[in-house]
Design a binder for this molecule. Structure first.
Ligand code: SAH
Length: 390
């Protein structure tokens, strides 16, 4: 049974930061999250056409995030220990991960052509298209099977997980590994970080779901690493099914998710109530700050904050501006909520009393970057796991 769990209202395309002249051209859709009591999957009801999100205007460049550059360097180092002879990356973005691997044995798939162009220029064979079953034959004929198929923050973007797994089962070499990292459903529920839910994430994966669905495609989970990136993610290692080399982290995570009720509808009903409470608390806090005549800016023009701003009805009265460092966002407005985005270096932080952590998952990094302002009395607001001032 598939149940509607959470209605996050009308939302724009989360990463479509707009020019002020284009505000009337924005389109909205209803963001509803559902839970499948048989498969334990958590997904969106109204999935957008991927072409509307992943095209030549895609604004997220992994390499703009220093913590992610470091994360991918370390991940590559870890995966190189297996000595993969060939690597395929799905959703290679600007090459942040793949550039740690040799050009002649690595292949990229990236449908956002502005990004595909970047790995192409670096010399990597790049397919400027969506990873899907229909390109498997072409990949096999040109490159053969792969020892490592890697994908970060991308598989949960693909509407057909069945298509992904069927393709992977055909593309993996006998001892090959499909390694993918995506936000963890358990983390989201524990942190009440409902802002993980936005158009680009048709799914937020539980291990329980991946465990069930891989078995349909002659695949099985071999190992799981628990990661802190993106507010809590799982790195899931999947291989061809043979019952061999299954790490104890697999059963550990299955048990942990069951202990935390990810197999029970009731858990998601509670989550939905907590999200509504979070909205009320955030609005009350921002309104009281506004009435005191104090000012708030949000740190990081993120897709996550698009969900929060539009669900809570936050506009530039409550949050005056958003700071960011990426050229594709500076000078634009946040989707739906139309809050101006300024270059961090053009903002005098001393004019602000509070920072809202739009990029709450980079909290430590932000605290470190803005130490001086904090020492002078600046305060941070977060909604994770409950709305509070840090
Ligand atoms: N892997 C990077 C980028 C994540 S953003 C990181 O973790 O930082 C998601 C990326 O996946 C975008 O670059 C997007 O264009 C790409 N993408 C979306 N759907 C895809 C699909 N079906 N196949 C391959 N890439 C896809």
């Amino acid at each position: 049974m598939i149940v509607d769990i959470l209605d996050l209202g009308m939302q724009p395309i989360a990463n479509a930061f707009i020019d002020s002249k284009d505000v009337d051209k924005e389109s909205f859709y209803r963001l509803i999250a559902t839970y499948d009591t048989d498969m334990y999957s958590f997904s969106q009801k109204n999935i957008l056409n991927p072409d509307d999100m992943f095209n030549s205007n895609y604004a997220y460049f992994s390499s703009n995030s220093k913590p992610m550059v470091e994360h991918f360097r370390k991940t590559a180092e870890l995966l190189q220990k297996q000595n993969p002879k060939s690597v395929l990356e799905i959703g290679s973005n600007d090459g942040c991960f793949i550039k740690n691997f040799p050009i002649d044995t690595s292949v990229c798939i990236e449908p956002s052509s502005n990004l595909a162009n970047l790995t192409d220029i670096l010399g990597y064979k790049t397919y400027d298209e969506f990873f899907a079953l229909h390109i498997v034959d072409k990949l096999l004929k040109t490159h053969g099977k792969f020892d490592l198929i890697y994908s970060a923050n991308c598989i949960c973007h693909i509407p057909s997980i069945d298509g992904v797994l069927e393709s992977v089962s055909q593309l993996l070499s006998d001892d090959g590994m499909f390694v993918f990292e995506d936000p963890s459903l358990l983390s989201m529920i524990q942190k009440n970080s409902y802002d993980q839910i936005y158009d680009e994430h048709p799914y937020i994966f539980s291990i329980l779901f991946i465990n069930k669905i891989t078995s349909k495609y002659n695949l099985e989970i071999k190992k799981i690493d628990t990661l802190s990136v993106h507010g809590g993610s799982n790195r899931i290692y999947v291989g061809l099914k043979n019952g061999k080399n299954i790490d104890k982290s697999v059963q550990y995570n299955i048990d942990l998710e069951k202990e935390n009720g990810l197999d029970k509808l009731e858990t998601f009903v509670n989550f939905s109530n907590n999200v509504y409470q979070s909205k009320l608390d955030l609005l009350l806090l921002l309104e009281s700050i506004f009435e005191e005549g104090k000012k708030v800016l949000s740190y990081g023009a993120t897709s996550k904050s698009t969900t929060i701003f539009n669900y809570c009805g936050i506009d530039s009265d409550l949050i005056e501006c958003v700071s960011d460092t990426s050229d594709t966002k500076i000078g634009k407005l946040t989707p739906g909520s139309h809050i101006p985005i300024y270059n961090r270096s053009d903002i005098n932080l001393n004019e602000y009393d509070y920072i809202f952590l739009g990029a709450w998952n980079f909290k430590d990094y932000i605290i470190n970057n803005e130490k001086e302002w904090i020492e002078n009395g600046g305060k941070l607001i977060t909604h994770v796991p409950t709305v509070h001032i840090i």
